[in-house]
Design a binder for this molecule. Structure first.
Ligand code: FES
Length: 93
C-alpha cells in the first residue's frame, strides 16, 4: 500500500493526451504554452514544433488556442483579491 502512494506519474501521463504525434507533444504542454502567451498555431509551432511537420494536428491546436488563450494560469500574488478572500490578513496602516 505504501508503495502505491509513492508512485510518480510518468512523463507521458504529465503531458496529457497526445495531440501532435509527429513531435510527441501532449495537450498539457500545449495548454501551458498557450497560457504563457502562444496565442496562435504558428506561435505554438515556433515554441514546441507541434503542427510544423504533417500539419494534421493543426485543427486540434487551433481549438486549444481558442479554448485557452486569454486564460492565464492562476498564480495569485500577495495583492490578489482571490488570495485576500481566502487568507484574511490584518492590514496595518
Ligand atoms: S501530427 Fe502534428 S505535425 Fe504531424
Amino acid at each position: 500500500m505504501h508503495g502505491l502512494l509513492n508512485v510518480q506519474p510518468d512523463e507521458e501521463f504529465k503531458q496529457g493526451k497526445l495531440i501532435c504525434s509527429c513531435f510527441k507533444v501532449g495537450e498539457n504542454s500545449i495548454i501551458d504554452a498557450i497560457q504563457q502567451g502562444c496565442d496562435s498555431v504558428d506561435k505554438l509551432g515556433a515554441e514546441l514544433k507541434c503542427g510544423t511537420n504533417c500539419g494534421s494536428c493543426k485543427s486540434e491546436l487551433s481549438q486549444l488556442v481558442n479554448q485557452y488563450k486569454g486564460l492565464s494560469a492562476i498564480t495569485p500574488n500577495k495583492d490578489s483579491a482571490l488570495l485576500k478572500m481566502l487568507i484574511p490578513v490584518a492590514e496595518v496602516d
